[in-house]
Design a protein around this ligand. Structure first.
Ligand code: ZN
Length: 307
């Protein structure tokens, strides 16, 4: 059984902490890393360090939990167990589970979060969407430019993606002509609506990411015929957990560590329900319909409403 510090060193080699964004908080959050007695037999991978996942790690008998999202992104003054994050810390420490985070350093890695997303969608990766200039091989960076296994209509592609990503309440939202043929696509795991300029420069037919907000999406649609696919943030990043577990398995085999790696199947997307409006579907260009409100035509939106 390897020491905790040896496994953490292996994770740091996969996702060097110095490659994280300046604002990010990656690395080991809790764990008795310096102690020679701290050994690892089981490792759990998950997207979010929430209580459900901490409990799962304990139940599994894991000594190490690796998550994509940080537990603490900003400073804190308490880890008291009556705060929800403090309770996670107490659960983990009390049960001898270390927590390690690989966030933006995993996004841009080779392979990274978007490679796993592309793999889940059976896409062929052509290269990074935003290449890391420090990588002479041109493989690291944010997002990936990909080719579909065969040309698909946008409506078909939306269903294809929904069938291959974890089931979430949101499913897949699409924007664009349903019959438009898609051959090339950019993907970015997590919130990717800051990358429209790069997506347009890549000249792809579609862009799949998460957390597409009204204004960036609306402006992107006005700008070009680029089709948009919006998945749940969790769903776009979960495939990385399987990829990361496989990477650690390979390292374990090489060192004869005999680690047992597990991937959490807890759906930690915060959204739990979805009601489709009227007859809207990816196959029909549904005419927008509004519920009868009794308003007259002269009624306007409330002035000063937040945008
Ligand atoms: Zn994320």
């Amino acid at each position: 059984m390897p020491e905790l510090s040896e496994v953490i060193a292996a994770l740091d080699a996969l996702w060097p902490r110095e490659r994280a964004e300046q604002w990010d908080a990656v690395g080991t959050v809790c764990g008795d890393v310096g102690s020679p007695g701290a050994r690892v037999e089981r490792v759990l991978f998950a997207v979010d360090p929430v209580q459900e996942v901490a409990d799962e790690a304990v139940e599994l008998g894991a000594q190490l939990l690796v998550t994509h999202h940080p537990l603490y992104l900003r400073g804190t003054t308490t880890v008291a167990a009556d705060t929800f994050k403090g309770r996670v810390v107490h659960t983990l420490i009390r049960n001898g589970v270390a927590l390690h985070v690989a966030h933006t350093n995993a996004d841009t890695a080779d392979p990274g979060v978007s490679d796993a997303l592309a793999g889940a969608l059976d896409l062929r990766v052509l290269g990074p969407l935003v290449p890391d200039p420090s990588d002479s091989a041109g493989r690291r960076g944010l997002g990936r430019i990909c080719e579909l296994p065969r040309p698909m209509r946008l409506s078909e592609l939306a269903v294809w993606a929904a069938e291959r990503l974890p089931v979430t309440a949101q499913g897949i939202r699409a924007a664009g002509e349903p019959d438009r043929t898609v051959r090339t696509i950019a993907v970015c795991g997590g919130s990717g609506d800051g990358l429209f300029a790069e997506v347009r420069a890549a000249g792809v037919d579609a862009y799949l990411t998460a957390d597409l907000r009204h204004h960036p999406a609306s402006e992107a649609r006005e700008h070009s015929p680029l089709a948009l696919l919006d998945a749940a943030h969790f769903a776009t990043e979960w495939p990385w957990c399987e990829q990361a577990a496989a990477q650690l398995d390979e390292i374990s085999d090489r060192h004869g560590w005999d680690l047992r790696t597990h991937v959490s199947r807890a759906v930690t997307d915060p959204w739990t329900a979805h009601a489709a409006s009227g007859a809207a579907s990816t196959d029909s260009a549904a005419t927008p319909a509004f519920p009868a409100s009794g308003r007259s035509d002269s009624d306007e939106l409330t002035p000063g409403a937040p945008n």
